[in-house]
Design a binder for this molecule. Sequence first.
Ligand code: KG4
Ligand code: ZN
Length: 350
Amino acid sequence: MSGPVLLGLETSCDETSAAVLCGEADLLGHVILSQDVHQVYGGVVPELAARAHLQRIDEVVAATLDQASTRLTDLDALAVTAGPGLIGALLVGVSWAKAAAFALDRPLVAVHHMEAHLFGPVLEDPDAHPPFVALLVSGGHTLLLHAPKWGDYVLLGETRDDAAGEAFDKVGKMLGLTYPGGPAVERLAQEGRADRFTLPRPMVRGHQTPDDDEWYDFSFSGLKTAVATLVRTLDRDGTLERERPHVAAAFQEAAVDVLVTKTMRAVDQTGCCRVLLGGGVSANSRLREETAARLGPNGSVLIASPRLSLDNGAMVARAGLFRFMRGERAEPDLSAHASLPFPGLIRRRR
Ligand code: KG4
Ligand code: ZN
């Protein structure tokens, strides 16, 4: 396989990751270093994340190039996540990439972190191209999109408060699990019965129509409060320890139900029965299973393996390639942005 050789760099949160991608799908090298320092604090500490990126980025890139048997001078271009994310963390990747691009005299492409998540599945599945309905669920975002083609995105719904991953992380904390809460809640939920407790499905009501504001939007803070109240009651009754797996299962079921219900509304309304799941929460097996079950045999779920669903440099390289081929180049004064408009995204018309 041939094509431009790109280095992708990801440092928006707590993974330091680099990848060398040749053409569209030939992943020559890929290293993801997860920062475990945050486990001590039960959540990502932005200053520590930035420092850990700074300490490790040279080694991560060197190991990636080594794996790819590629030298820096073999690269045709560099791509880096410029936002959204933690500003100090982003700045490490952006500064590194700018310096390298300048020293090597190679073009640099700025990548939007959430657009990069859209490119996770296509690295493994050559069919994972638009059109699709995309549910992007991460620690900071919950977005429901319709993508008729790459670069053209219609925003159908988003969260009004907490992101889906944030809700998993907070519930994990309430149940005494380690950070990140998502995988830990999923593991605990496997031992529990989801129907043991009934939890609310925020913004899902029977009489809603597509004209309602809440038709596609999400809210997870009420669900999180319901879990907090339940946990307090069980703790007072002295039954919390015994009930923890059931609480995890009931929460996971409620969150997955809301996510899939809204996604299926998008499928029905757009007539597009290809659903892409992206972002860290898409590593959740219940979410994958339930999406496939409700879509049925005529639909397809486009999804990456967990390694490419969580934050990684390969998706940044692939999204960067798309932008690179469109002729996009970052200016030499490129900066990092904690919040950044999603490129090509327009709001749905009702
Ligand atoms: O995309 P990502 O790696 O980083 C951000 O861009 O935020 O997503 C991280 C989020 C965390 O909130 C984490 O708890 C959640 O994804 N997560 C999961 C699972 N694996 C990771 N949530 C539910 N089930 C999982 N298996
Ligand atoms: Zn992410």
